[in-house]
Design a protein around this ligand. Structure first.
Ligand SMILES: O=C(O)C1=C[C@@H](OP(=O)(O)O)[C@@H](O)[C@H](O)C1
Ligand SMILES: C=C(OP(=O)(O)O)C(=O)O
Length: 408
C-alpha cells in the first residue's frame, strides 16, 4: 500500500502512547519460555514480537518462519539449539536469508549444539536439532552484531554450568548487551562483565512474583523527536511511557536532539519533547551504540538543511536492508547531496528545494518512519507504507492523530 503525505503542520501540543520496546519484549518472551514464572506487562505489539511469541510455542519438526525479525532469528536459534529432542527448521524472508548468522551458529556448535545450513552457508534457513550443550566457555567476534551475544546470554542460565563468554575485538551496539544482562539480573541471574569477559551463573527457576514492565520503545520515539525538530518553536509532543534510567541505548535521543533544538523533560512516566530553540548548523555523531536512529537523524538533518556527519554505522549494511545505500538513494531522490562509506554518512547542507518523490522502503520499517516527518517540509509518497508494522503497527494512525494529512 503506497500513501501520500500532504505538506502538514502538527498541533502545537499533542500526546502519544507508544508500545513496549521490541528489544526488551523479545528478550523477555524467550526468558518467559525458559522460566514460566515470569510475567510481562506492556509487551510490544510489533510484528517482530508477535512472530517471536508464536515461534516459542512451536512443536517439533515445525518449519518456523520469522519473516524479517532479526532478533527473533538470532534468539530462537540459541533457544531451539538447547530444546532437547526438538528438531525445527528456522527460516525467514528473502532478506533474512542474506543476514549473516555464522558467528552465532559456530559458537553454539562449539558449545555442543547441532545446527546446519539448509541453503547458503552462514545464513538462514537453519536445521536445528535440540540437545544438551556440553561446553560452557566460548569466544566470539563482537563487532558484527550484538544479537549473537545476547542470544547466547539469554540461554546461558539454563546451561548446567552457566556460560563464560569472551568478546573479541570492538564491541558493537553494547547497550543491547547491557540490556540483556540487566534483564537477566532482574529475574535473579548473577552475571559479571569485566575486561570483555561475561559470565552468567546457572539459575534453575525464578522465585517469587517476577512481573517485568516493558518500557515503551525509544527507537519509535525517534520519529517524534524528528517531527518536533522540524516543527515551529513552542511545539510539544508528550510520549509515554518512558523512564530516565532506561535500558535502551536509543534513549540517547534526549541528548542528541538538543543539537536540533529539541528539549526533553521527564514528567512521571512520560517525556515531553519541545522545540525550544533553533538547530545547530553542523551535526556530528558516533552512533555505534545506537544504530537504529541513524536514519531518523540523517533525515532530520536533511529537513533542517543541516550539515551532518555520522560514524559508527558498520552494522547498518546487514540490517533489514543496506541502510546506508537505501538512505543515499532516497535522500538523492529528494535532491540532497550525500556520500556514504561502509561505516559513515556525510550529508551536505540542503537548500530545502525538495524534489517531489516516492520514497522506496526496501522492506525496512525504519525507512518509512524516518522519512515521514519530511511531510512537515514537503509533500511525499511512501511506498509499501505498512512495512512500519515490523516495530510500530499504529505509526500512521498516531501521525494522523497529531495533525499529519495522509491519503491512502
Ligand atoms: O538486540 C537487539 O534487540 C537489537 C540489536 C541491534 O542490532 P545489532 O546488534 O546487530 O546492531 C539493533 O539494530 C536491533 O534493532 C535490535
Ligand atoms: C535492525 C532492527 O531489527 P532486527 O535486527 O531485529 O531485524 C531494527 O529494528 O532496526
Amino acid at each position: 500500500m503506497n500513501i501520500k503525505l500532504l505538506k502538514s503542520q502538527i498541533k502545537t501540543v499533542s500526546s502519544i502512547t507508544i508500545t513496549g520496546s521490541k528489544s526488551e519484549s523479545n528478550r523477555l518472551l524467550l526468558l518467559q519460555a525458559l522460566y514460566p514464572e515470569i510475567k510481562i506487562e506492556n509487551l510490544s505489539n510489533s510484528d517482530d514480537s508477535v512472530v517471536m511469541s508464536k515461534a516459542l510455542s512451536s512443536n517439533s519438526n515445525a518449519v518456523i518462519d520469522i519473516h524479517h525479525a532479526g532478533t527473533a532469528m538470532r534468539f530462537l536459534t540459541a533457544f531451539f539449539a538447547t530444546q532437547e529432542g526438538k528438531e525445527v527448521t528456522l527460516t525467514g524472508s528473502q532478506r533474512m536469508k542474506e543476514r549473516p548468522i555464522q558467528i552465532l551458529v559456530e559458537a553454539l556448535n562449539q558449545l555442543g549444539a547441532n545446527i546446519s545450513y539448509l541453503e547458503n552457508s552462514g545464513c538462514p534457513p537453519l536445521l536445528i536439532k535440540g540437545k544438551a550443550l556440553t561446553q560452557n566457555k566460548i569466544s566470539l567476534k563482537a563487532n558484527v552484531s550484538s544479537q549473537y551475544i545476547s542470544a547466547l546470554l539469554l540461554i546461558a542460565p539454563k546451561l548446567e554450568q552457566g556460560l563464560e563468554l569472551t568478546l573479541n575485538g570492538e564491541i558493537t551496539s553494547i547497550p543491547y548487551i547491557n540490556m540483556t544482562l540487566n534483564l537477566l539480573n532482574q529475574i535473579g541471574v548473577e552475571t559479571s562483565f569485566k575486561n570483555n569477559v561475561i559470565t552468567v551463573n546457572p539459575l534453575k527457576s525464578v522465585s517469587g512474583d517476577k512481573t517485568i514492565v516493558v518500557e515503551s520503545d525509544w527507537s519509535s520515539a525517534s520519529y517524534f523527536y524528528s517531527i518536533v525538530a522540524l516543527s515551529p518553536i513552542g511545539t510539544q509532543v508528550e510520549l509515554s511511557s518512558y523512564k530516565q534510567d532506561s535500558l535502551q541505548g536509543d534513549s540517547v535521543l534526549a541528548e542528541l536532539y538538543q543539537a536540533f533544538g529539541v528539549k526533553t523533560v521527564f514528567k512521571g512516566l512520560s517525556i515531553v519533547l519541545e522545540k525550544t530553540s533553533q538547530h545547530q548548523p553542523d551535526i556530528a555523531f558516533n552512533l555505534v551504540k545506537s544504530p537504529d536512529i541513524a536514519q531518523t537523524i540523517a533525515v532530520t538533518a536533511l529537513g533542517l538543511g543541516v550539515k551532518c556527519d555520522l560514524e559508527g554505522l558498520h552494522t547498518l549494511k546487514i540490517k533489514e536492508t543496506d541502510r546506508l545505500v537505501a538512505l543515499k538513494n532516497e535522500i538523492e531522490k529528494l535532491g540532497g547531496d550525500i556520500e556514504v562509506t561502509n561505516e559513515t554518512l556525510h550529508l551536505k547542507p540542503f537548500d530545502g528545494n525538495f524534489k517531489l518523490a516516492t520514497i522506496q522502503t526496501y522492506n525496512d520499517h525504519r525507512m518509512a518512519m524516518a522519512f515521514a516527518p519530511l511531510a512537515l517540509k514537503t509533500e511525499l509518497k511512501i511506498e509499501d507504507a505498512m512495512v512500519v508494522s515490523k516495530s510500530y503497527p499504529t505509526f500512521w494512525d498516531d501521525l494522523k492523530s497529531i495533525g499529519f494529512q495522509i491519503n491512502q
